[in-house]
Design a binder for this molecule. Structure first.
Ligand code: ZN
Length: 345
């Protein structure tokens, strides 16, 4: 049996699960949904983006990408700021208590060194800038703490822009684009070399970022709208804009964003994921596609089960005819390359 293909994963929601339920613990595996230290190691995962996320007031329970209801209401700045500080501290404490198993990474060189030392590289991501004031002071502070990726909006509206709904059949053209504060946020991220994550933003917001950023466009955990007509997925026009910018798309494992019927259904064959990978590769080029699992945030195929099941997806890619070089690109190398293009600017 060959060694696992290494994996760098563009999105997980472990920290917000831990925030909502302190009994959830990736070291002991208690309360595990998709992520534990053992499962990450078994799956060959050597790094990824860990999301800091402000849950809707009132809260989801469990699979937040699959929660019922429409667009969650806006959240108050002071509430959101407090949640972001608390979750960032949870992330730092997880690293501190890991005895070297996890380490924070702020450059690709650090990710590679952490991988080579046998540890797991943690890249801090904020999913929705609700905890940042229009003055962007918190952005400066978060950057100093190690933040290297931010989504201006999650699937709700805030002072920077507008998010798409998670449910229903629609294009992502569901609302306005960036506000003037949103444009300032994107410019500041571009100057600093922070990833601007376009998963969850409206199509008009996406076009605003494309116009003003100049950096490679990244959607860390979204799929092809052509195959699954969720507003969370990317239209062909968006995929073409991402390709022109030398950007990147991470495949979301949530069945709600994969299946044509948008069902949360663990009985979903891996061929549905392969179909999206093929479509993204054909549209973007094989060097601009990777993984953004949404582990701990969305219901996934039982054929993967949890992070330890990554080799099953890799095997399905082999069966579908992807070469070893293409598989290594999609599994990790392409993510590191786009992070180098953005962070290294
Ligand atoms: Zn998300």
């Amino acid at each position: 049996m060959a060694d696992n293909i290494p994996v760098f994963d563009g999105h997980n929601d472990y920290i917000s699960r831990r925030f909502e339920d302190p009994k959830v613990d990736l070291f002991s595996g208690e309360g595990m949904m998709h992520i534990s230290l053992d499962a990450l190691r078994a799956g060959g995962v050597f790094g990824g983006l860990f999301a800091i996320f402000v849950p809707p007031t009132g809260g989801f329970h469990g699979k937040r990408e699959s929660a019922p209801g429409g667009m969650p209401p806006r959240v108050d700045l002071s509430y959101a700021r407090r949640v972001v500080v608390t979750q960032f501290a949870l992330l730092l404490r997880m690293i501190e208590q890991s005895d070297g198993a996890f380490r924070l990474a702020t450059t690709v060189e650090e990710i590679e060194a952490i991988r080579d030392a046998g540890s797991i590289a943690v890249v801090a991501h904020v999913e929705g800038a609700d905890g940042i004031a229009a003055s962007l002071e918190e952005l400066d502070l978060l950057y100093a703490a190690g933040l290297r990726s931010i989504g201006p909006v999650w699937s709700r509206h805030n002072r920077f822009g507008h998010g798409v709904p998670i449910f229903g059949e629609s294009t992502p053209d569901t609302g306005p684009g960036l506000t003037s504060a949103g444009k300032r946020l994107v410019r500041r991220c571009t100057e600093r070399g922070i990833v601007v994550d376009l998963s969850h933003i409206t199509e008009r917001g996406f076009r605003d970022v494309a116009r003003i950023s100049g950096a490679p466009l990244v959607a860390s955990h979204s799929n092809a709208w052509h195959l699954c007509r969720s507003p969370r997925n990317l239209t062909d026009a968006q995929l073409d804009a991402i390709a022109r910018s030398d950007g990147f798309v991470g495949l979301n494992f949530g069945t709600i964003f994969l299946r044509a019927d948008r069902a949360v259904n663990p009985d979903t064959p891996l061929t549905v994921m392969i179909d999206h990978l093929r479509y993204l590769v054909d549209r973007l080029g094989v060097e601009r596609v990777g993984f953004g699992s949404d582990f701990d945030g969305a219901g996934i195929s039982a054929a993967i089960g949890n992070a330890a099941g990554m080799p099953h997806l890799i095997e399905a890619m082999r069966t579908a005819g992807f070469s070893e070089s293409e598989i290594n690109g999609i599994a990790w190398r392409n993510w590191l390359a786009v992070l180098r293009r953005i962070w290294g600017r």
